[in-house]
Design a protein around this ligand. Structure first.
Ligand code: MG
Length: 158
């Protein structure tokens, strides 16, 4: 009746790039380097949805060698993954996720990320959890060389 899925993503940061997280654009002097818009949170959630269905990963569904996905809005990818969930006869129960970023402070942006994804997934925002943490200046996240995101989803058979 239930299936769980786990997702993880990383993108490098570079100056002059745009920072998209959870479907919204966040003002910062660095953004993610990626073939798509580089939204690590949405990519982790897509991978969790695909993982719950054992349908492979985001790289298989949206290859970064395909020009069709160049700078694509990750919200389109999320919508596609959600369609696959429904086609397989499942509903999304809830999402829990964590963004790891040293800077900027993300706390004030989390409600808008949740609202944006809730609207996209047709789910109440209370069923979508987005958390943010620094890594205490440790590792590539702490050195502000990149950002990562982790996500877990629960699906229920209709
Ligand atoms: Mg990615």
């Amino acid at each position: 009746m239930f299936r769980i899925g786990n997702g993880y993503d990383v993108h490098a940061l570079a100056e002059g790039e745009t920072l998209w997280l959870g479907g919204i654009c966040i003002p910062h002097e660095k953004g993610t380097l990626a073939h798509s818009d580089g939204d690590v949170l949405i990519h982790a959630i897509c991978d969790a949805l695909l993982g719950a269905l054992a349908l492979g990963d985001i790289g298989q569904h949206f290859p970064d060698t395909d020009p069709a996905y160049r700078n694509i809005d990750s919200k389109i990818l999320l919508k596609h993954c959600m369609k696959l969930v429904n086609q397989k006869g499942y509903d999304l129960v809830n999402i829990d996720s964590t963004i790891c970023a040293q800077r900027p402070k993300l706390k004030d942006y989390l409600p808008e990320m949740r609202q944006t994804m809730a609207a996209l997934l047709e789910l109440p925002a209370e069923n979508i959890s987005v958390k943010a943490t620094t890594t205490e200046k440790l590792g590539f996240v702490g050195r502000e060389e990149g950002m990562e995101a982790h996500a877990v989803v629960l699906l229920q058979k209709r």
